[in-house]
Design a protein around this ligand. Structure first.
Ligand code: HEM
Length: 465
């Protein structure tokens, strides 16, 4: 049985599902995509509002789970098979419930996952105020009413995925309305790297739980001496109150449809470059914390040719933030020890340990226009998804206390220029490495179109509703 001690201990070597010992029951009952992304190129998100009787809905969800939803153990077997034989694992599926979904199914309140923001729902005005979000009345219609469940489907074959989804939609009709459908895809640059619409390589830095991921990262980055991405399970999973095994766990998912105004972002990037007298690439890197190819701007004022996507770095040699601004998206969302330095250097290790508890597992995909030359102003963006064990202490904390806050680490550094809400004025190094500052204001280039908080229950619960 997985005790609190096991759950809170950083996984030094990571979980090896080939040799699962204590993790076997856990991996068999946990939905996949939580400890590691499913890796498919195309996805469809169906947001549901139930309409049949609870018994009918339960029967449908049970059938769906048995046919499509894969466990973490199955995901690992598929990945191993893909590596050995290049055989695709086929359609991917997750099934998640909102708090209102649990209530609809008649689950008693003491059996509904307890996370406070999850219970309130993302539309709650207090939550909206905490996150700086526009009110739900400004969101896309589909997000405005009750949402009970999210079905996440994915495949590498886009046509096959569409066919499977239309089959599922046909039977779904008996028990639920699809109130919102978001189709996502993996956007790639010319080098084949995964990027987001502003053009930056994305998904590099993640907390790692699996042995294969830890081994690969260690080899790629030559070790973890500057940044250790390993994590403990208590940041990603929490006990499923309805699970039927001794090690039944689930994870909270934050779902946010973030429209990106690409044209506006590029215009403000150029304006920043002009004001600072630096090239466009460096201005973008100061906003994001990495150059478009992934190179951390704290390490160099130009992209690094070897291993640009390294994650083995920290801000110890840039404590004044003269190279990588405190407010850059990367430094705000993962300060790598910064929050301890404001007090005294003795507190860095302790602060780092606290900061690491705020980490999230990002599972975002892009939506909208896949033409990289288009620079859309509307209709394209990021379907931002992240898993965690505690929404308040993880996603909400990062967004509200770090990204939105103008006074993070030092006074008046300004909000994160990528996701900070509301936007404001940042203090930018006048040049890379310079101690002097230039005040420049960034406009908001992302707009929340809707979202919800979900829980990914254990498979034993979903298959025996
Ligand atoms: C990292 C873009 C929204 C949290 C990154 C990176 C990019 C990026 C390009 C660097 C790649 C990497 O290190 O993995 C974006 C864009 C967003 C967005 C374009 C919106 C449209 C968010 C949100 C959050 C978030 C809403 C959470 C509140 C993070 C975290 C990292 C990251 C935790 C890793 C930082 C690190 O470990 O160094 N993002 N992001 N991002 N982002 Fe975002």
């Amino acid at each position: 049985m997985l005790t609190d001690d096991i759950l809170s201990t950083t996984l030094e070597t990571g979980i090896d599902p080939g040799n699962p010992d204590i993790f076997k029951i856990f991996l068999d009952d946990l939905q996949g995509n939580i400890l590691k992304g499913h890796g498919r190129d195309y996805s469809v998100h169906l947001l549901l509002r139930f309409k049949a009787t609870p018994a009918e809905v339960a029967a449908w969800l049970e059938g769906f789970t048995k046919q499509y939803v894969k466990s973490a153990a199955q995901q690992w077997q598929e990945t191993a098979r893909y590596k050995a034989e290049r055989l695709s694992g086929g359609v991917w599926a997750n099934c998640l419930l909102s708090c209102q979904g649990y209530e609809y199914l008649g689950i008693p309140p003491f059996k509904i996952p307890t996370d406070k923001p999850f219970r309130l729902g993302i539309k709650n005005p207090d939550i909206a105020q905490t996150l700086g979000d526009p009110s739900a009345s400004q969101w896309e219609n589909g997000f405005q009413g009750d949402i009970h469940a999210l079905l996440l489907l994915a495949d590498d074959d886009s046509q096959h995925l569409q066919n499977v989804v239309s089959g599922i939609a046909d039977t779904l009709e008996q028990i639920a309305d699809i109130v919102q459908r978001d189709d996502g895809f993996i956007l790639r640059n010319a080098a084949g790297q995964v990027i987001e619409h502003f053009g930056f390589v994305d998904g590099i830095s993640q907390p790692l739980f699996m042995k294969s991921d830890i081994d690969a990262a260690k080899e790629k980055d030559g070790g973890f001496d500057q940044w250790d991405p390993r994590a403990s399970l208590d940041i990603i999973v929490t006990k499923d109150p309805n699970g039927l095994t001794e090690d039944s766990f689930g994870s909270y998912l934050v779902y946010r449809k973030l429209e990106q105004n690409v044209k506006k972002f590029h215009t403000s990037q150029q304006a920043l470059a002009q004001t600072l007298g630096v090239d466009n690439g460096l201005a973008g890197a100061m906003m994001m914390g990495r150059f478009q190819d992934g190179s951390p701007v704290v390490l160099s004022d130009t992209p690094i040719p070897d291993n640009p996507t390294t994650n083995n770095f920290n801000y110890d040699a840039d404590t004044a933030a003269n190279k990588c601004p405190f407010h850059s998206h990367l430094r705000k969302t993962n300060p790598r020890g910064d929050t301890g330095r404001v007090v005294s250097s003795d507190d860095v290790a302790q602060a780092l340990a606290m900061e690491k508890k705020h980490r999230i597992a990002r599972r975002a995909v892009s939506y909208g226009n896949a033409d990289l030359t288009a620079a859309p102003e509307t209709g394209s963006g990021l379907l931002f998804l992240c898993f965690q064990a505690n929404i308040e202490n993880q996603f909400n904390f990062i967004q509200a206390s770090w990204s939105n806050s103008a006074n993070f680490v030092k006074v008046a550094v300004g909000p994160d220029p990528v996701i900070g809400q509301p936007q404001g004025t940042q203090q930018w190094p006048s040049q890379w490495g310079a101690p002097t500052r230039e005040a420049v204001s960034m406009p908001l280039c992302i707009t929340l179109q809707g979202g919800e908080y979900f829980f990914a229950p254990s498979i034993s619960f979903l298959a025996n509703l």
